[in-house]
Design a binder for this molecule. Structure first.
Ligand code: PMP
Length: 364
């Protein structure tokens, strides 16, 4: 059977390996498997959010409030923005899909850095758009600006902090790109990990309100990382009302579930859990930096909840990922991104102990 030709060039998105796979393949007990591959919150679900989900368990037969009034109100208070500047998606992933469908078509162009979140490319290819990448894996403002002048892309993705490398743009660099964008270019600032950047160094963090100043920019946020709700699939976009109105035309009704909506509303006021998550991360990430230094390989300074170990010639990331998997530790190999590197979500102290012990064993 024939399908749309745009699909021919798309590789199916490869998510982090699930715990179940390691259980099946290596016969390791599920409670022994340590998953540090998908940038999930190692603290688990916030107790307050879990209580909300339980309290709403008997509402599964009801469609959610499609206006998402309460969640929009909570987000508008959190970020000090108007409700008409908000769109909610089934993960920020769904908002990315709306962006692509709203702006891209065969002949349209998107610009992104050489190594960045894989879904930008997949959604662009679905629309038959042309993908342009800057030469460096870091977001270099001068490279973005030069390519924007030359190619006039329809959409530019700034993933800051960036997945899968963990680095982030300095504020002045981000604003330089925004200031240099053509009014017809939609600049997407993907802040999926922004809470971690803000906690580490405010020079590398922006506020959605600052992005709202630009009539051609969209800020993306998510409850999946610092808020610990990856499994509930709630993300949001913040932009001037003209952009939001266009994206809303693509939103299917009831695009997040009744339970997800309730969970996200509670998460918005759950600062205690957010602070705890950020504190645990701060406490643990130094161990990964120290381990890399002690074993003489590089790491990328991280502004996210993961760290990327970047190996020289001696170690091979694919072999290491496989050896870790055999020991029940799941990490993300970045070979498919053209890097000899591993992306590791910083876990709890006990999870990180397991990873270091497995590494010690592998490295002998
Ligand atoms: N943007 C970036 C940079 C991400 O890393 C992710 C999650 N992998 C997403 C967006 C999508 O996250 P979600 O759909 O869970 O909000």
């Amino acid at each position: 059977m024939k399908f749309n030709k745009e699909l021919d060039s798309i590789k199916v998105y490869e998510a982090g390996k699930p715990i179940e796979l390691v259980v099946r393949e290596f016969g390791i007990a599920p409670e022994e498997v340590v998953k540090l591959a998908s940038n999930e919150n190692p603290l688990g679900t916030s107790p307050r959010v879990a209580a909300t989900i339980r309290a709403n368990a008997d509402k599964a037969h009801l469609y959610p409030d499609d206006s998402m009034f309460e969640l929009k109100e909570a987000l508008s208070q959190r970020y000090d923005v108007l409700e008409e500047t908000l769109i909610i998606g089934a993960g920020s992933d769904q908002v990315l899909e709306f962006v692509s469908r709203a702006k891209l078509h065969p002949g349209a162009k998107v610009l992104m850095s050489r190594v960045t979140f894989a879904m930008y490319e997949i959604y662009a290819r679905q629309q038959g758009a042309t993908i342009l990448r800057t030469p460096d894996w870091r977001h270099r403002p001068e490279e973005f600006l030069a390519m924007m002048r030359e190619h006039r892309p329809d959409v530019v993705y700034l993933c800051t902090p960036n997945n899968p490398t963990g680095d982030a743009m300095r504020r002045e660099d981000l604003f330089a790109v925004l200031d240099g964008a053509d009014p017809e270019t939609l600049v997407v600032v993907d802040g999926a990990y922004m809470e971690y950047a803000r906690a580490k160094d405010p020079d590398y963090a922006v506020d959605p309100r600052e992005i709202l100043e630009y009539p051609n920019a969209l800020y993306l946020g998510t409850f999946s990382k610092a808020y610990g709700l990856g499994g509930m699939r709630v993300g949001y976009g913040i932009a001037q009302p003209g952009i939001i109105e266009a994206l809303l035309k693509l939103r299917p009704p009831f695009n997040i579930t009744t339970l997800s909506l309730a969970a996200a509303i509670t998460a918005c006021s759950d600062d205690e859990f957010l602070e705890k998550s950020l504190a645990l991360h701060r406490e643990q990430i130094g161990r990964y930096e120290a381990y890399a230094r002690a074993h003489r390989f590089d790491y990328i300074e991280s502004y996210t909840n993961f760290i990327t170990w970047n190996f020289g010639g001696d170690l091979n990331s694919t072999d290491l990922a496989e050896a870790l998997l055999e020991r029940g530790v799941i990490v993300r190999d970045l070979a498919s991104y053209g890097l000899n590197a591993l992306r590791i979500t910083v876990g709890t102290a006990a999870q990180n102990d397991r990873l270091f012990a497995a590494m010690d064993e592998i490295l002998g």
